[in-house]
Design a protein around this ligand. Structure first.
Ligand SMILES: [Fe+2]
Length: 244
């Protein structure tokens, strides 16, 4: 470990490598009184994968966290679950600096990213089908399209070997902090910010959220870890949360 920004191990194969924005108090008109966190993740299987990036000014923080566990240039694949700039703001820089073999997104994500990065030489981004899997050798990543949770391009990435779901904004919240796991945070703060985020961003799409949970993820009998892409990583059984 070499510096102030280090990766946080969250499972056998995954690390959190995002950035904490302590200062932000307004996110597109949404009052972020407790700041926010931009979540990016590394999956270290036979191939190395970066899932999402962070807001552009926080690029060096993310790269420092990645460098605390591996040479960032060894990343083979980058996955963009969501094209909003707090997730993809330094994607172009990552592509140019790290030269990954491939970058994946949903078909709508490919269109959105092309719009954002029309003036760059970011190269082709590969669209993935709903349910498609990416073979990493000793692990797999499976993609689920989740349109309108909360953008048309949104998708989830699932790592079944670790029962880890990278859920981008669908279970997000705005919260800065030094702790990464839900059980390390005061319940009152956690639930307050989760409720505020859901009410502001996802409430109109509640039927889609419930359908997704019922059809896709509750059948997993192991503890399912949700890796939010804003706010905190949360480690709880999703089924228990839904029942509660
Ligand atoms: Fe978003």
């Amino acid at each position: 470990m070499n510096g102030p920004f280090e990766a946080v191990k969250i499972s056998d194969k995954a690390y959190w490598v995002g950035a904490v924005d302590w200062a932000i108090r307004d996110f597109h008109g949404y009052s972020t009184r407790r700041g926010t966190t931009y979540n990016a993740y590394l999956v270290l299987a036979d191939r190395y994968v970066l899932i999402d990036t962070v807001k552009a000014p926080f690029k060096d923080e993310m790269l420092s966290r990645i460098a605390s566990v591996l040479d960032p240039r060894h990343i083979s694949y980058v996955i963009s679950n969501h094209s909003e700039m707090d997730h993809s703001g330094c994607l172009t820089d990552v592509i140019e600096m790290l030269e990954p073999e491939k970058v994946f997104a949903s078909p709508m994500g490919v269109k959105a990213l092309a719009g954002h990065f029309a003036k760059t030489r970011s190269g082709e981004i590969v669209p993935v089908k709903d349910g498609e899997s990416l073979n990493l050798g000793n692990a797999t990543l499976t993609f689920t399209h989740t349109p309108m949770l909360h953008w048309p391009d949104s998708m989830f990435t699932y790592l079944p070997e670790d029962a880890l779901l990278f859920s981008q904004d669908a279970f997000g919240m705005h919260l800065a902090g030094g702790r990464r796991f839900a059980d390390e945070i005061d319940d009152e703060i956690l639930l307050d910010e989760a409720a505020r985020y859901y009410a502001n961003i996802l409430l109109p799409f509640s039927p889609l959220v419930l359908k997704l949970i019922e059809t896709q993820y509750v059948p997993d009998e192991r503890a399912l870890t949700l890796c939010r892409e804003l706010g905190k990583t949360i480690a709880e059984k999703l089924a228990e949360r839904c029942d509660g």
